[in-house]
Design a protein around this ligand. Structure first.
Ligand SMILES: Nc1ncnc2c1ncn2[C@@H]1O[C@H](COP(=O)(O)OP(=O)(O)OP(=O)(O)O)[C@@H](O)[C@H]1O
Ligand SMILES: O=C(O)c1ccc[n+]([C@@H]2O[C@H](COP(=O)([O-])O)[C@@H](O)[C@H]2O)c1
Length: 214
């Protein structure tokens, strides 16, 4: 099975997360996409201290109507911080037949060299990078240290690079949506509308739980 994994804090999940997952699913012919909710993200504090269960609940209501989308709570089961390299190892143990496509935004790709054992990540998974307004680069491969760049070879287009492990690094050139969880939290705090930035059931959950109001 070809499995996409979109890891995130999802505080809250928004329409750019959903659109990226859908575009990667289609472009890479994925059978499913797991929304991997970070319990303790390594590089980020949880704004407004929204608990894991609430962030997971927002993900679940957001993806409920998509047959190929599922929430993944595996990072809750292990004490944090949740490093991607460790989670990928566990997912390989859980789903030994699966071929993984780890999906990240361009801002995350830019930070990749600061991730734990980041050079091992392309050995464990294909990597799909979604462009993100405000975080572009003309030569994205040059953001990687030279020693890691040398592990990839160019294959017919600047959007697709083959790692020596056989896995792909793909830069996806599709819809760019300038939406962030930070902006949504700010709008709620200012008592402004967040409709059409997050799915309606997520708007309802945020209102019901009175999240992000201060
Ligand atoms: N608008 C977007 N375009 C492309 N990628 C995105 C976008 N929003 C989030 N992502 C990617 O989705 C993953 C999970 O994102 P996350 O849950 O941290 O949302 P966020 O909007 O970046 O949150 P925050 O504003 O709180 O930092 C990350 O890899 C991030 O780069
Ligand atoms: O493994 C790491 O060192 C690492 C450092 C920063 C982020 N990540 C992962 O990247 C994904 C997106 O993270 P974030 O902080 O943008 O929500 C999420 O799955 C995080 O666990 C992983």
């Amino acid at each position: 099975m070809k499995t996409g994994i979109l890891g995130g804090t999802f505080n809250p999940i928004h329409l750019a997360h959903l659109r990226i997952a859908e575009e990667v699913r289609e472009a890479c012919g994925l059978d499913r996409v797991l929304f991997l909710v970070a319990d303790t993200p390594p590089h980020k504090r949880i704004a407004a201290r929204v608990p894991f269960a609430t962030r997971l609940a927002m993900v679940e209501v957001a993806i409920a109507d998509h047959p190929a989308f599922a929430a993944c709570a595996i990072e809750r089961e292990h004490p944090g911080p949740n490093y991607t390299v460790d989670t990928l190892q566990r997912l390989h143990e859980l789903y030994p037949q699966d071929e993984f496509y780890f999906i990240i935004g361009f801002d995350s790709f830019r930070d990749l060299p600061s991730w734990k054992d980041y050079a091992r990540i392309p050995e464990l998974t294909n990597l799909v990078v979604a462009h993100r307004p405000g975080a572009e680069a003309t030569e994205p491969m040059q953001l990687l240290p030279v020693a890691v760049q040398k592990q990839f070879c160019y294959s017919c287009s600047p959007e697709k690079w083959r790692h020596r492990s056989g896995n792909w690094l793909i830069f996806l050139q599709e819809t760019r949506l300038d939406i962030s969880s930070t902006a949504i939290r700010r709008l709620v705090a200012e008592r402004r509308s967040i409709r059409y930035l997050v799915p309606d059931p997520v708007v309802d959950l945020i209102e019901r739980e009175q999240l992000y109001r201060i």
